[in-house]
Design a protein around this ligand. Sequence first.
Ligand SMILES: Cc1ncc(C[n+]2csc(CCOP(=O)(O)OP(=O)(O)O)c2C)c(N)n1
Ligand SMILES: CC(=O)[C@@H](O)[C@H](O)COP(=O)(O)O
Ligand SMILES: [Mg+2]
Length: 583
Amino acid sequence: MKTLLTHVSTPDDLRALPAELLPGLAREIRDFLIEKVSAAGGHLGSNLGIVELTIALHRVFDSPDDAIVFDTGHQAYVHKILTGRRDAFDGLRVRGGLSGYPSRDESPHDHVDSSHASTALAYADGMAKARRLAGEGGRSVVAVVGDGALTGGVAWEALNNLGADRGLPVVVVLNDNGRSYAPTVGGWAEHLDRLRAAPGFSVFESLGLRYLGPVDGHDIAALEQALRTARELRTPVVVHCVTRKGRGYGPAVQDLDEHLHAIPASDPATGQPLSPPRGTWTHAFSHHLCALGERRRDVVAVTAAMPGPTGVAAFGRRFPGRMFDVGIAEQHAMASAAGMAMSGLHPVIAIYATFLNRAVDQVLMDIALHRLPVTLVLDRAGITGPDGPSHHGMWDLATLAVVPGLRVAAPRDAVRLGELLDEAVACDGPTALRFPKVAVEAEIPPVGSVGEVDVLASGGQDVLLVAVGAMAGPCLSAAALLAGSGIGVSVVDPRWVIPVSPDLRKAVGGSRLVVTVEDGIASSGVGALVRQGCAPGQGVLNLGLPCAFIGQGGRSELLAEAGLTGQGIARAAGDALRALDRT
Ligand SMILES: Cc1ncc(C[n+]2csc(CCOP(=O)(O)OP(=O)(O)O)c2C)c(N)n1
Ligand SMILES: CC(=O)[C@@H](O)[C@H](O)COP(=O)(O)O
Ligand SMILES: [Mg+2]
């Protein structure tokens, strides 16, 4: 029986609770988190570590009038529990259910939807300035930021601005657990180490902010006292709180790799996944990269704070000194890789497709303009699923399509992933590979080829399906359905999808209707490029995702909504062919 938690649904309830009951409430919140996150999957370790800190924040500040902005937002589950959303946790991260991040649609206590890291201080800077201009400067703005998120350059741009405006009532709550996924890296992490051991010189003070701490981030009374002091200062101030990721849950504390940062549905007793993990694209990439590392001494791997999730951790273990974790610093990852390539290395930057967005200028100006041999490996491309709009990796093809001289490949299976990675590092200019967040399906062998384009099915020239990467499987299903209705249909996989190759132009010639199918924005990706080269009078249909922010849900259900299933593709192609017949 959850006696305390059932009586605490709002910050007012929380403030009414006697202080001696708060440790018991923290225990109940942890039990609740373990039960609900184990059932749904989600961000467990970070939330277990921030329980006391969130309680203290909501007792000291008056949300939503005082704005509490969570950086990245993956650690806001406790905030949700304490702001009226406890009962929604059974729908955590499912279609139409509770978001895994703050969401303005869900609650006035949530101010920001984006879950790309390192931006909370900038939001706080802007909110505080706007409130001051509107004569509402009496309210505080609180930015809760992790030690990992503070490795991102945009956070330091905000600190630079905050430090210069001493009249802003901005409280930066640094939740320092010493980790991103893996231990946080760099001189910054070392500085925090020293501050944790003995308060002394603080970089923040040199920048013009006040510094309070370090505070034990699991001692609610100490936290409340520090936060009250910070609130009364009415100037930009950093409260340095030291916490433990995964606190209070054995399997999380014992997971030394990531402290169960993010988990799939798991057994709460053991912390083990309910279904054994199937071979993912990430596993396949990790395997091929290690094999490549044996053959090519110049190949190095770069990650922006995600060595485990992007699959380069194994490469780092096998080739010490050839894997570089640069922190949550995607722009630096690109520009530093450019420098490496200028000096004789071939860097492979492994990054989620959605986080590429932050570094597009570096791809253009630092890598592509210099025609440097750098390979981007874009994991979680296309629809990702339960992480929602900010995590779908759906902009990569549209953005990379306008980068001069950059070649993009989309493998359809693990064999092609190996081949294309080899081809990519054999290029003397920039390349990218993209694949989705899903288990890799069985190999799809070609039945023929047109130059470097693989023919996957050869059944006639009424319809040609051009399958981009993992869309090959649904395209083959669609081809079978169309053939069953008497339509002559063929399927090709270009392998290298950007720019459109002369081989692909040759392959599409002669078909009445060309249908491109991609797990990216239909109007601006590979399909749009293929369309430009089609003959006048030739029918062209571009299937893919809408140019819209797509909500959370299962990958399959979101792809089905976009029509990217065998049936959906067959229906759309059949309709388009009939329309062509009528013209
Ligand atoms: C721009 C960007 N890059 C990468 C990520 C993936 N990511 C999510 S949380 C995280 C680690 C965050 O570490 P920290 O801020 O210290 O929070 P903690 O989980 O330790 O509480 C990373 C790398 C992201 N959300 N945004
Ligand atoms: C908050 C964040 O950006 C990551 O933790 C992300 O949620 C991980 O996603 P995967 O579960 O797909 O690795
Ligand atoms: Mg951290």
